[in-house]
Every structure is written in C-alpha cells, then in structure tokens.
Design a binder for this molecule. Sequence first.
Ligand code: ADP
Length: 397
Amino acid sequence: MKSGDSNGWIADTILDTVPCGFLSFGDDGIVQAANAMLISLLQGEDGSPVGRHLEGFLTVASRIFYQTHLFPLLRVTGRADEIYLALRTGQGEEVPVLINGVRRERDGATVYDCILVPMRRRSQYEDEILRAKRGLEEANLAKEQYRRELEERNAQLEELREGLEVQVERRMAELRTAVADQEGFSYAIAHDLRSPLRAIVAASEILREEVGESLNAEHQALLARQAFNGLKMSSLIDDLLRFARLGRAGVVRETLDLSELAAKEFAALTLPAYPTPPDFRVQSGMTATGDRTLVRMVLRNLIQNAAKYSPDGGEIRIGWTEEKGRRVYFVRDQGIGFDMRHAGKIFRPFERLVDSDRFQGNGIGLATVQRIIDRHGGAVWFESELGKGSTFFFTLE
Ligand code: ADP
C-alpha cells in the first residue's frame, strides 16, 4: 500500500491483496493512497498515482463525468455506487472500471475512499453478447426475409399452377370437342357413303346378271372390276365406321382368358391361301383385365396381320412376359417383317408399308389396335426386321 498516511500493516496488506483497486483522494482531487492492484492497473511509468490529481489518469470523457457526476455525488450525498469510468494507463490504454466510493472524515480532513473493479472482461463479454445478439438479430431478419421470399415464391408458384391447370383444362376441353367433332364427322361421312355405294354395287350386279352375256369380254371385265371395287370400298367404310365408333364405346373391364380368346380368333380367321399355313401357338393360362369386345379386336387384328404377312408360313407365337412389374403381351411371327426406319407411321390410319396388290388391306388395323390400347391406358409397340419377322407388344394398364 502506497499511502500518504500510516495505517497499520495488516490493513495495508489486506488492501494490497484484495482483487480490486483502491484509492483515496481529498477534496482537491489529489490521490492520497492507492493499493497495489490499482497501481498495476494503471501501469504508471513513475510507479504510483499518489500525490497526483485523480483526473490525470482518467480518459477525457471520464474526467468530465468525474467533475459533473462522481465528485459532486460523493461530496453531497457521501457515497457513489457503481459508477462506470474509464482509466487511462501509462501506456495510453483504456481500462473500464466500476467505482464504489464513500466520503470519510480522516484526521480532520474529508477524504473519498473508492474501490475500482476492472471491467475489461465484462466489457469484452458484453461486447461478445452484443455481437452475438446482433448476429442473432441479423440471422432472424435474414430468416424472416427468406420466409417472406419463400411465401412469395410459393404464392407465385401456386398462381402459376392454377393458371396452368386452367389452361390444361381448357385445352383438354378443346381437344375433347375437336376429337368428338372429328369422330362425328367421319362417322357421318362413312355412314352416308354406304347407301349410294350399295346402289352402285347392286346396279352393277343387275347389269351383269341381265345383260352381262351380251357384253364383250372387256366390258364384262370392267363391270366385274366396278363391283369388286365397290365391295372393297364398302368394306373400307365398314372398317372406318368401326374405327370411328371406337372413340365412343365405353370400356367395360373384366378378367379375360387371353389364351382362349386368341385361339378363338385364330380359329375364326380366314387364312390367306398361302401354300404353307403358319404354325399357331398360344401360351396357356394367359389372363388380362380389359374390355372383352375391344381386346378381341386387338387380338384379331394382330393375329390377322401375323398370318397375312407370313406368306411362307413359320411360327406365330402369342404369349406374355413380365417387365417392371407389368404384364406385356406379344404376338410374334416369322413373316416378311419391315424396316424399322420406315415404321413410324404404321399406327396411322391408311398407312401401309406393303404393296397392295400382294397383300390386301386398308391400313386401319393397327390404328384400331392403338386406339383400343389407348382407351385401356396401356401401350403398344413393336420390333421387326425385314425378312425375319415382327413382334407386336402391348399392355392393358
Ligand atoms: P393393313 O394390314 O390392312 O395394311 P394395318 O394397320 O394392320 O393395316 O398395318 C399397317 C401396316 O403395317 C401394314 O400395311 C404392314 O405394312 C405393316 N404390318 C403390320 N403388321 C405386320 C406384320 N405382322 N408383319 C409385317 N408388316 C406388318
């Protein structure tokens, strides 16, 4: 303890070892005593603040505060609690301290005894807490902003989705109307063409029967060609009508024995007059769920084609495999096959890859198959190789 007066050594020792600074100053502000902790806090070059004015080791702001607040408070009320000041050390560093002070009368004079608790740590903690708090606030702000942005985006997406739904619904309605119109149109045309055609065919029949004998060979052939083409057109119209009706028919699903249906269709088929008939085989126990009439039409068309396009016989095989959990049915032949490069159009009505003189047909069979499979929610596709044969695959759901 560096003090101007002479207290007992015990008090001095205690004051020097307590973990806070102590100083005593008079009315004139001159420091009369300071303990070791305060001296080490101040790191004064000349060792001790004793004998110097207190303001000499306060920062400018603290000096003003001392004059306007701490000192008047001590003098008037006799005590000051938790006054926050900043000391300035010999190295010019600032040390924040908390001061508690009391006024005393000692040896007939007024002195002010103060303890100073350094606040370096606390300020540091406070700074850290403040920083953390600010960080948290910023993070919360960012979070809030992000949430708002997300909400906005969701709202935009929702709007977009609703708009799209409306658009899709409108387009679907337009499409449904267009399809219905088209179906109605082809149905009406096909239907209205029938009676005049029947009249033409009937007329040529009558002519052939009644005056046919009197005609020369060339005219007889012309008449026969007229009747033949009339009948051909009539069958085309029937196919067209059937195809158009497909768009309207409802799909009634039931469990079907495809093996049995395929065998029946093959048996009912008028086989083309080829020298070697095909060897027809059906995998047994083949079941499916679908509309009986429509699925029969699928089988009929595929089996008919397999037979028609196998002029040299070979095997026609009908069976099924399982692919990715769904049943895939197939009709395979070893006939003429076709070049896969030109095959893109064979599901379109009236599209054929063969010569009509050699293979009769009107190109509506596969279009019918595709429409029926579509109506079942399935898929149809094929694999083929020119001269080796073809396989048509289909699913029904
Ligand atoms: P069509 O047999 O009356 O011509 P489809 O619509 O049934 O009509 O078939 C379209 C075309 O696809 C056929 O003209 C033919 O070129 C080809 N095609 C269909 N099935 C086979 C098959 N099994 N083998 C070879 N070609 C086929």
